[in-house]
Design a binder for this molecule. Sequence first.
Ligand code: GLN
Length: 209
Amino acid sequence: MKKITIGVLGFQGDIEENVAAAKQAMDELGVKGSVELVRYPDEIERVDGIVLPGGESTVQSSLAAIQSSLPALKKRIADGMPVLGTCAGMIMLSKRAFDRVVGETKQKTIGNLDVTVERNAFGRQNDSFEADLTIDALGKAPFKGVFIRAPAVSEAGKDVEVIARHANKIVAVRQKNIIGTAFHPELAGDARMHRQFVKMVLDYKRAGD
Ligand code: GLN
């Protein structure tokens, strides 16, 4: 079987948790390879798939913009490299973002995911919660959604498939090689979402060789 290299964008947020979840997913699937922190364009060039962690999207996008990493990410994702963006990571991927309190945030995003994201859609820090989600692509057992100052998708383009909803809001989407979740699958103690992503990376790697 092919070896794959998964990158986790390493500017800010729950980076180590995503490294651990990606490694667990690879182990469970018997996939060989490594999981590495990436920040700069030359590092982004070398991976077969990338995870954008949760955290604070304004901080992440400012740091990524300073390092010219946003265009590097945009190009690789447009070329088909699989990406999993969780929470702030989904905001980073979105075409448009606004905050329900402060309005349009004008933060720089990567922009490949054709959605509008409402930041802090469930309220602020003390409105963080967990909820069981039904996600058909992950099988019958519910998936524990960990929502921390979570966004929601308020508008989705025609190529965007809704894969989970909660409280009448869209909380996970897929658009070809892009998965975005409003919650934190890396904190669920359940690697099924990362397994889904690892399978996409494996297919991408196979197709490229
Ligand atoms: N509210 C954060 C943001 O807008 C996202 C929260 C998270 O990633 N847990 O960037």
